[in-house]
Design a protein around this ligand. Sequence first.
Ligand code: KG4
Ligand code: ZN
Length: 331
Amino acid sequence: MSIESSCDDSSIAITRIKDKRLIFHKKISQEEEHSVYGGVVPELAARLHALALPKILEEAKDFFKELKAVAVTNEPGLSVSLVEGVVMAKALCVSLSLPLLPINHLKGHIYSLFLEEKTKFPMDILLVSGGHTEILHVHSYDEIQILATTLDDSFGESFDKVAKMLGLGYPGGPIVEQYAKQGDCLRFNFTIPLQNSLKLAFSYSGLKNQVRLKIEKQQNLDKKTKADICASFQKTAVAHLMQKLNKVYKSKEIKNFGVVGGASANLYLREKLERFCKEKKIVLQMAPLKYCSDNAAMIGRCAVDAYNLGKFKEINSVEILPRSKEFFTNV
Ligand code: KG4
Ligand code: ZN
């Protein structure tokens, strides 16, 4: 059994160890409750997890007697959210005499690729979520190197902030993408971040500020203007990712490339990645759309590998780690 509660999604899954198949999966999202505030309110998230997780667990209770281990996301994420899942996992381990497997949320995202397809390590991964923008080299379960990361805001976060500035609601990613579809991406000229820098890094706070200044200048922020801003912003945000990917893979050869994380649901980004991989003859694997955002299915799939590698941890030694940069070996 796997439990995920690192941000604003409460989710539980059951994965069969033998064939790595998902046999139960339920998720209760809190998007609606947070949307009135234009972002995730941690205390509200914690309270909603405390209501939702026991509800889902009740539905999974027929599987209790067959369980072999309990896995839970313990890093990184909002501390008050993580703790809800971790406390539940620990209580289950004690009452059902089961071993505990703490799982890193980012590793969970990587494993979303292997819910419907076979593992393809070694592979490079673009991870784009609300908290992270990273290019990773994944050699195995334990060997993950960061090739590039963000200096400030993440890709997904910049969509959330643009949506908030335009009064479009939360989560911003899907809304900005929808508006962008109707807009003219050439109307506003935003500068691609770090385009003259040799740094293999991302930066989204400057782009966010460019958008803010443009919004402040508008006399009439009608629907058409909002759509044009979204389209122009999305084009620049994705161009920044693609420029850095081009830089990384100018000299480095890879066979397999994957894209994961909540923001990997963006179809405009997917199209650009498809073209890029086709040109470079790289095999591209994209997280199934239904498993891009946070879910316990990906945590469960990751936990099967953790189980097979014997990554059990003593209950009292498992802590929540809101930030876990040191998890990956930086290069
Ligand atoms: O992975 P995720 O569900 O949660 C974190 O681990 O952070 O990612 C959520 C992020 C949010 O910032 C959301 O706005 C963004 O992913 N996102 C998108 C899209 N769908 C979700 N960003 C751009 N385009 C989308 N279609
Ligand atoms: Zn996530």
